[in-house]
Design a protein around this ligand. Structure first.
Ligand SMILES: NC(=O)c1ccc[n+]([C@@H]2O[C@H](COP(=O)([O-])OP(=O)(O)OC[C@H]3O[C@@H](n4cnc5c(N)ncnc54)[C@H](OP(=O)(O)O)[C@@H]3O)[C@@H](O)[C@H]2O)c1
Length: 220
């Protein structure tokens, strides 16, 4: 995933990989558009700038980074009324090309059930970010012990069994290797149900460090 801060470095890495013989068609490269560029006339230039920074001819997926845009002239940090909403229903009512993927925070402590359903209904694939949040949750911990897996594996598997893709950050610790072993087993249905009904739901990444405004309606 190439973001604002690392596009050049990702581009260099991709170039090295292609040079070493990996075909571009075997790489799935995603980048994102930032809120200040979410105005019709800025989308094209922002996209082309991204391609240039990545030294690529195409992206496989281009995401909207946050589901709102900043009003014309807004500078960071914005005031509350600098933020304009971009809701999915509104988007689908005028979009000529339906979004393929919706990326959102998702883990057993913030399931986002309503958005998941809305995406399924509209045939939009869901990609979960912050999938490892909840690693400390007692239900996750109990099931990890019961299933003889790590909490990270339980969280990664839960996301897969829900039909979502989870983008897991490369951890500082050595736990990354665990994440490759999530395909040859299943979370039994009663345990999956326990993970899917944790009562206390709370968004962890609300963007308040980036946006002064209270931008969420606190519903999923
Ligand atoms: N669209 C957006 O606004 C948005 C927002 C947030 C994130 N993202 C994207 O989502 C991706 C995931 O990032 P995230 O920050 O949400 O983190 P995450 O994947 O949920 O991981 C959070 C932390 O969990 C710990 N962890 C424990 N067990 C792990 C395991 N088995 N595998 C991996 N990590 C484990 C790691 O801590 P240690 O390093 O201490 O081990 C890791 O840093 C990133 O690519 C990020 O760019 C997007």
């Amino acid at each position: 995933m190439a973001t604002n801060q690392n596009r050049w470095e990702v581009g260099e890495g991709v170039k090295a990989a292609i040079h070493a013989g990996i075909g571009r068609e075997h790489l799935f490269i995603t980048s994102k558009i930032w809120c200040t560029d979410l105005v019709a006339e800025r989308v094209g230039p922002a996209f082309l700038r991204t391609l240039e920074e990545l030294q690529l001819e195409y992206l496989d997926l281009y995401l909207i980074h946050w589901p709102f845009r900043l009003r014309e002239g807004a500078s960071r940090p914005p005031r509350g009324d600098d933020v304009m909403e971009l809701d999915m229903e509104g988007l689908l009512s005028f979009a000529k090309i339906k979004p393929s993927v919706c990326e959102m925070e998702m883990h057993p402590g913030w399931r986002n059930d309503n958005m998941l359903e809305a995406c399924k209904k509209n045939d939009i694939h869901v990609m979960a970010y912050a999938p490892m949040e909840g690693e400390q949750d007692p239900v996750v911990d109990r099931l990890a012990k019961k299933l003889n897996k790590s909490p990270g594996q339980v969280l990664a598997k839960w996301a897969i069994q829900r039909g979502t893709t989870s983008i897991i950050i490369i951890p500082k610790s050595d736990t990354i290797h665990e994440n490759f072993h999530v395909f040859e087993w299943e979370i039994p249905s009663e345990d999956f149900q326990a993970l899917s009904t944790i009562h206390h739901q709370k968004r962890v990444l609300d963007g308040e460090d980036l946006f002064v405004a209270d931008v969420w309606d606190h519903e999923d």
